[in-house]
Every structure is written in structure tokens, then in C-alpha cells.
Design a protein around this ligand. Sequence first.
Ligand code: NAD
Ligand code: TYD
Length: 352
Amino acid sequence: MTNKKILITGGAGFIGSHVVRLFVNKYPDYHIYNLDKLTYAGNLKNITDIENAPNYTFIKADLVDAIEINNLFDKYGFTDVIHLAAESHVDRSITNPMDFVMTNVVGTVNLLNAAKTAWKDNMSDKLFYHVSTDEVYGSLHDDGFFLESTPYDPQSPYSASKAASDHFVRAYHNTYKIRVVISNCSNNYGPNQFPEKLVPLFINNIRNNKPLPVYGKGENVRDWLYVVDHARAIDDVFHKGNVGETYNIGGFNEWTNIDLIKVICKAMDKRLGRHEGESEKLISYVTDRAGHDLRYAIDANKIMNELGWKPSLQFEEGIEKTIDWYMDNQVWMDEVTSGDYQNYYNKMYASH
Ligand code: NAD
Ligand code: TYD
């Protein structure tokens, strides 16, 4: 095993924290550098269990700052990049698209430029891995699946910014010969997700007896994957993926929003000792999201057949584990929703 120095971006966020944990624990010979701006979605409390590991370093930095990113490559000599940092919430992209252009597009190009400069004398043992989303493929109707060859057709400012960043990554491979891989994953759920996304928001609202805002008729379909299974897939793509290729990652696990919400309500009724059907009464149909994609569904056969990856958890088990985690970590949830942790980090880093 080589002594890699892997830069993981966005490691204080939801998926990134699971990837950082997996790599720090599984590969003691690698050094993991977690670069994160600590936006509202970044929380170092997601990774307290590995923060003192000898093979781990946290770097607070903004990908939009090109000079700082170049300096960090000089300082640490990163050998590989796993790029997850992004603005990730579709609803926020509708109200503030420019944040998404800056972090997701400009930030990704800054990172590519820094890698291109730092690695110019020897590209052969370096890898730039871009973690992307199935939303770049657009919206499906009742049948069919997204394949790696499906043409891009992004419909929201978020997916447009992720599509643009994917295109830049491929363009840098073609033009400058940077060795790249890309993966496009379906919706993740699990511990440590910021409670603006459907699953943690609804768990928290049920716990607090607050309305559950279902967009439109709740008929939109998403393909859900447990976050640890995504992190395992990222490990496989990083180590076994073919350079220049794309891998779709998904759980073959499609749910309409309303059916998924009913599963959560039922499990929460049990967990809270409520009568069955009590939490469902909190469902409140609200105005639909603008341009709401109808259906996402991933064909994950390539990564399964070529890299031997498969999801480890059935959905019912994954959702139970997820609910248990949020119910057992109410301090985490309360701090995140109150913004306490952000005030703390703003103060903590103000002097740096
Ligand atoms: P998240 O919003 O939970 O975390 C994003 C992290 O990036 C945060 O820690 C944030 O502080 C950091 N960040 C944001 N802007 C930054 C900047 N300018 N510089 C440095 N750091 C910055 O996101 P997530 O859900 O964990 O998603 C991670 C990646 O996976 C994203 O690229 C996303 O597009 C992709 N993805 C997410 C899902 C999903 O269901 N959540 C599915 C497929 C792909
Ligand atoms: P979300 O978790 O925001 O992920 P994405 O939009 O990236 O798929 O939303 C998942 C689905 O749930 C999506 O169809 C929008 C819907 N949704 C609601 O109905 N109500 C909500 O409050 C939220 C946050 C999402």
C-alpha cells in the first residue's frame, strides 16, 4: 500500500464525513486531509470520533479562493483528490443560484487547476475523483433508468452546476490528461444529514409534532441509498475504477415521496409510542417546488458488475437505523437546527 496523501473536500458535510471516517479507519497508511469551508452544512461534530487520528488533518478553506487552494497543494503535496464539497440543496439553488455557480463550478475548476499545476511533472500516480449526482441526467417519466451513457439534461440550478462541474472534470482529463473518475449517485439518507433534506427534516418535525410539508402531491420518485453504502462505493471507485470513466451508484430502491413519508411516520409512531397513524396526521400538502423533477432512478449494474459493489442494507433496515441515530443524537439535531454550532465555529475561527 502506498503512502497516499488524499485531499477529501467537504468532509464536514453529510456524505463527506462518512467518506473521511471510512478512509481514516480503513487506510492507516494514507494521510487524509479534510478541506471544508464549514458552511451552514459543514459540522465538525460529524467526525469527532476520528479528529485525533494520526493520519487525519482538518483544513478550513474555501474552494473559491484559488490562491489558497494552490498554496495548500504546495504545502501538503496531495497525491489524490476526492471532491465532495458543494452547495447541495435544490431549494437553496432556486433562491440563490450564484452560490452554486461559485462553489460547484468555480470551486471545482480551482481545484482542477491546482491539481494540474501541482501534478504537472508526474500525473501517472495521481487521481482526481469527482463525486456527483444522478440529478445531472434530468427527470424520468414512469419507466427507464439513468445509465452512464444517458445524455445530461439538468433541470435545476443545483443540477446544472453539478453538470457543469462534471463537464469541466472530463474536459481536464481530455485536454490536460489529468487522471479522473466521476460517480453519479442517487439520493442518500442516513446519520448526519442536515435537516433541510427530506428524511432528517421529517424525522425532526415528527418528533416535535410539526407539520410535514409535502411538495405537490407527493408523487415524485427518488431512489434512496444508505450513506455508508455510498461511502463504500466511493472507496471501490477510488481504488478500482477505470480512469476517465463514470460510475452510477444507486440502491434500486425507488419510492414515491408520499410512500416514503408514510414509512417514516409508521416507524416514528412505534419509536415514540404513538398510536399507528398519529404522525401521518402531520402531513401537509404545500405548493410544489419550482421545476420539480418527477423521477430519478439509477441503473447501478456497471459498478456492481465491474467493481463488485452492492448495497449492504435493505431499505427498511436502513431507515430504522437512521431514525435510531437521529433519536439518539438529539443534541446534534438541536444544535444544528438552532445554529449554535455555527456561532461557535464563527467565533473559533474568527481569530485565525
Ligand atoms: P452537504 O451539503 O451535506 O455538505 C457539503 C460540504 O461542503 C459541507 O461540509 C460544506 O461546508 C462544504 N462546502 C460547501 N461550500 C464549500 C466551499 N466553497 N469550500 C469548501 N467547502 C465547502 O452535502 P452532501 O449531501 O454531503 O453532498 C456531498 C457531495 O455529494 C456533493 O458534491 C453532492 O452534490 C453529492 N451528492 C449528494 C447526494 C445526496 O443525496 N446528498 C447524492 C448524490 C451526490
Ligand atoms: P430533497 O431531500 O431536497 O432531495 P432532492 O430534491 O435532491 O431529491 O428532497 C427529496 C424529495 O422530497 C424531493 O422530491 C422534494 C421532496 N421534498 C418535500 O416534499 N418536502 C420537503 O420539505 C423537502 C425538503 C423535500
